[in-house]
Write a protein of this length. Structure first.
Length: 192
């Protein structure tokens, strides 16, 4: 027990001895021996080619499906926009929805009904309106010049004192003071 090695000394080789002799042409043997590629490099190159082709095919399929989805969404949106009075498909609630409505509050039922009536076009218009408001708000709130100057001074100080950032405490305090001033102005504007 323990006297023998747990692993074999060498790698085990299996030699296949066929019943009939196997002959390869000298051209094949020469081409294999003179080939700079080993079996692993050939198999890796083949695998890479297969993966590349599969990826290309998948990307083409994705592009086709995305285009088809966009066309269908546009068709549905145009149909819903063209006939807004028509009942949406599935307007008749199911038995489960009727039971859920009877057990829910009136607000929840009204919210569910509103969700059913919203069309793709209406949602898209609402999103566009909100984007416009957000863009206008970004343009209105330009950064304060004194805060920007204090920020630049902190950055410059930290670059100069890269090994000693605590030496920039004056600049940090000035920045905090400017930000506090902005916060106070904002609160005063909001409260009025």
């Amino acid at each position: 027990m323990g006297a023998g090695n747990s692993k074999p000394d060498g790698t085990a080789q299996h030699v296949f001895n066929p019943d009939a002799p196997v002959r390869f042409s000298s051209e094949l043997i020469d081409s294999l021996q003179n080939s700079p590629q080993s079996d692993t490099t050939r198999s890796k190159a083949l695998e890479l080619q297969v993966q590349t082709r599969v990826e290309r095919e998948l990307s083409q399929l994705r592009a086709k499906e995305e285009q088809r989805l966009r066309e269908l969404q546009d068709a549905i949106a145009s149909a819903a926009d063209a006939n807004p009075d028509a009942a949406p498909s599935g307007a008749e609630p199911s038995l489960a929805e009727k039971l859920a409505d009877s057990l829910s509050s009136a607000d929840a039922v009204a919210e569910r009904q509103r969700r059913r009536e919203i069309s793709h076009g209406a949602v898209q218009r609402e999103i566009d309106g909100l984007r416009k408001k957000l863009d206008e708000r970004k343009r209105l709130e330009l950064p304060d010049k004194r805060v920007e100057e204090a920020k630049i001074k902190i950055v410059e100080c930290l670059r100069v004192n890269d090994r000693r950032p605590l030496d920039c405490w004056r600049e940090v305090e000035a920045f905090k003071k400017e930000v506090g001033r902005l916060e106070k102005e904002f609160v005063e504007r909001t409260v009025r």
